[in-house]
Design a protein around this ligand. Structure first.
Ligand code: AMP
Ligand code: GLY
Length: 376
């Protein structure tokens, strides 16, 4: 029996396990660290998702055949390399290839070098250079911390003062530590956003159904940003023409550029795109499945996820069947009062087992107690 470890503890990882559990090959499933929902499908492993060394050691001891990584932090820390060093298979890019998410400056340079459509940008490391760049861009302008900043490193600044404050937060106040030592200042693009995730094995790119996610907490896309309040797939704007263009102008050239850079990519490449009047342009890449996009994409996947993931790891994605169901999926995040600010812990969550047959419930931040499942 194939033994599969999913790394992470969110609803994305719950959705991955839900899909893997449907494999006719009946894999034995583990999740590190998991949550109350994943525990219904997989054995929970009490190791933090970014403790790369401990995970590799555990996987070795427990003869794990395949690991699938949800979050970016362990990938950026080299979990793929740590597993490879022990001869353990892992689905996800090496540390070198994960730079596509971990350094916006590195990625911008790669995109520019290969003529892949993206916002015009300058990379700066001191205030003087930042001010000169802001002079040339005018407003609105976008200021981005180079490295991983838990989704908080991007400011779309309407005014010069806001832009300067964002630059200072990175370079002077060090709000993002080393992740803000360099700053990308870029042209503000306009248009609807869409995420296109793809399975990638070297130069072979197999796209998933496109999706849109929503980050603001309030009804009508208002209020503070969150880790994501919901998503749907596929959006009407993702016409066959647009999908073909994204494949031809963005995904395939990026995979080829990574191969040419000596960092061949294996795993999920997530392109965050803006559909501008000139066509789709890259806002960012992520080196992993999206959250909450995965929760609406995987229910539309007709093929066996285990087969696809194995094909990527073994280097024959071109032969793997990747078929999608017709129809659509919509995901809504239910969060505790106060989210994304401080919210009460331990509130009971009721009604989880009364969801209608065509609804799926994926957990994030939940805990099982003798009294039932609570918000954690
Ligand atoms: P990122 O973390 O790079 O995806 O950026 C977060 C959000 O900032 C994106 O989803 C966009 O809404 C916005 N954004 C990023 N870059 C730009 C840009 N160049 N122009 C306009 N909006 C942007
Ligand atoms: N939904 C955005 C992300 O996964 O980064």
């Amino acid at each position: 029996m194939v033994r599969v470890l999913v790394v992470g503890s969110g609803a994305r990882e719950h959705a991955l396990l839900w899909k893997l559990a449907q494999s006719p090959r009946r894999p034995q499933l583990f999740c590190a660290p998991g949550n109350a929902g994943t525990a219904q499908l997989a054995e929970s492993v009490p190791i933090a998702s970014d403790d790369v060394r401990a995970l590799a050691v555990w996987a070795d001891e427990r003869a794990i055949d395949l690991a699938i990584v949800g979050p970016e932090a362990p990938l950026a820390r080299g979990i793929a390399d740590a597993f490879a060093a022990r001869g353990r298979a892992l689905f996800g890019p090496t540390q070198a290839a994960a730079q596509i998410e971990a350094s916006k400056a590195w990625t911008k340079a790669l995109l520019v070098r290969y003529g892949i459509p993206t916002a015009r940008a300058e990379i700066v490391a001191d205030l003087e250079a930042a001010r000169r760049a802001l002079d040339t861009f005018g407003t609105p302008v976008v200021v981005k911390a180079d490295g991983l900043a838990a989704g908080k490193g991007v400011t779309v600044a309407a005014t010069r003062a806001e832009a300067e404050a964002a630059v200072r937060a990175c370079l002077v106040e060090r709000a993002f530590g080393a992740a803000g030592e360099r700053v990308v200042i870029e042209e503000c693009l306009a248009g609807p956003e869409v995420s296109v995730l793809a399975f990638v094995d070297g130069e072979c790119v197999v796209p998933m159904v496109p999706a849109c996610d929503y980050k603001r907490v309030g009804e009508g896309d208002t209020g503070p940003n969150t880790g994501g309040m919901g998503a749907y797939a596929p959006p009407a704007l993702a016409t066959p023409e647009l999908r073909a263009r994204v494949q031809r102008e963005i995904l395939e050239p990026t995979a080829a550029a990574l191969v040419a850079a000596g960092r061949p990519y294996r795993g999920v490449l997530y392109a965050g795109l803006m559909v501008t009047a000139e066509g789709p342009k890259v806002l960012e890449f992520n080196c992993r499945f999206g959250d909450p996009e995965t929760q609406v994409i995987l229910p539309l996947l007709a093929s066996d996820l285990l087969d696809i993931v194995e094909a990527v790891v073994e280097g024959h994605l071109d032969q793997a069947p990747v078929r999608w169901r017709a129809g659509a999926a919509c995901g809504v995040v239910l969060a505790a009062e106060g989210y994304p600010g401080p919210s009460p812990m331990g509130m009971p969550i009721r009604g989880l087992d009364t969801a209608p047959d065509d609804a799926l419930v994926f957990h994030a931040g939940t805990r099982a107690t003798p009294e039932g499942i609570v918000a954690a």
